[in-house]
Write a protein that binds this ligand. Structure first.
Ligand code: PEP
Ligand code: MN
Length: 345
């Protein structure tokens, strides 16, 4: 596969005009290798725009004829596979929601047995690397042809990204399947236009093999994912700005390892903070109960027991008693401060 491999196109094929205009403008950049568009759209609720189906496949094959570029669509059912193969689509991808469903992946794998079209597997919505790996294995077992990976981030309820990149998961996947082409999908990671460039550059720095990006002639009026789509013109500027790194050498190994560890630290810090916040909320509830029952805030006996119990675990946790003491004292002081303000309300 060419490196970098650039896949771009609208989130959805919405109409003949939108599909052809977008694909023609993207092809004219001369920087994109494959045109993408969703023709079946998995939507959270029924009744929204669920894609253009076979009609969309027709518009895409027309775009291929006009631009000479190969086309790629998402398949989620055996019916999609049949229709995409009938339209002789060049490449396929399995979406995040489908990767997370082993029955669906199995059915798609069987429908693609021996077909030999390049097939890309997006990561599942949740950061379960074994689920992603399982999807690869199901498809490998059916000998579907060349398999690639797409990192599109993991569902998250907080933070600046629509889907948290959790780079360490993608890096680990790359280590499990070093021969597979891995693309980054900054559009679905970001969910907005402002972060696209930095996420795309980050993936290039990490040695990804290319990008999948959503682009639309009129992003603000797109029927799906309008916040994250960019015009073909902006796409051209973005692609020009990316610095692709050379093949992996000794120091790239180091960069990868460091990146993976840092991403793990970021993840753990997030979990630590959320646990701290939950702990303080429980302390607040205790404060309310103490106020209602007219009980003093400071309960030295209870606290001494907590400290004793925790310090006894210092060795097995491989944390120094000094460090644990400082952390515990800070926790205790904060809890007392909060309960004090509850008491005086
Ligand atoms: C898409 O590529 O438009 C799409 C639906 O992606 P994902 O499966 O990553 O949400
Ligand atoms: Mn989309």
């Amino acid at each position: 596969m060419k490196k970098p491999l650039i896949v771009a196109g609208p989130c959805s094929a919405e109409s003949r005009e939108q599909t052809l205009a977008t694909c023609a403008a993207i092809a004219a950049l001369g920087k994109v290798d494959v045109l993408r568009a969703g023709t079946w759209k998995p939507r959270t609720k029924p009744g929204g725009f669920e894609g253009s189906g076979v009609r969309g496949l027709g518009w895409l094959t027309k775009a291929r004829e006009l631009t000479g570029l190969p086309i790629m669509v998402e398949v989620a059912t055996t019916d999609h596979v049949e229709k995409a193969l009938k339209a002789d689509v060049d490449m396929l991808w399995i979406g995040a929601r489908t990767t997370g469903s082993p029955f669906s992946v199995q059915e798609i794998a069987e429908a693609l047995r021996g077909v030999g079209k390049p097939l890309y597997i997006k990561n599942p919505l949740n950061p379960d690397i074994d689920l992603w790996t399982g999807a690869v294995e199901r498809l490998e077992k059916c000998d579907v042809g060349e398999i690639g990976l797409i990192h599109r981030g993991f569902a998250s309820m907080s933070g600046e990204f629509r889907n948290a990149p959790m780079w360490h998961v993608a890096i680990e996947m790359r280590q499990r399947f070093p021969e597979m082409t891995m693309l980054c999908d900054p559009s679905h990671i970001c969910g907005n236009r402002t972060l696209l460039q930095s996420v795309a550059q980050r993936s290039a720095d990490l040695g990804f093999d290319g990008l999948m990006l959503e682009s639309h002639v009129d992003p603000d009026n797109a029927l799906s994912d309008s916040f994250q789509q960019i015009t073909p013109q902006v796409l051209g500027l973005l692609l020009d700005s990316i610095q692709w790194r050379s093949e992996r050498g000794h120091s790239e190994q180091f960069v990868l390892a460091l990146e993976m560890l840092r991403s793990e630290i970021d993840q753990l810090d997030g979990e630590l903070l959320s646990i701290l916040s939950r702990r303080m909320m429980v302390a607040d509830k205790i404060g309310v109960a103490k106020r209602e029952n007219n009980v003093a805030i400071l309960q030295p006996e209870r606290w001494n027991k907590i400290v004793e119990r925790i310090l006894a675990q210092a060795d097995s946790l491989r944390l120094s008693r000094e460090f644990l003491s400082v952390v515990l004292e800070a926790l205790h002081n904060e809890s007392i401060d909060r309960q004090n303000s509850i008491m005086s309300r």
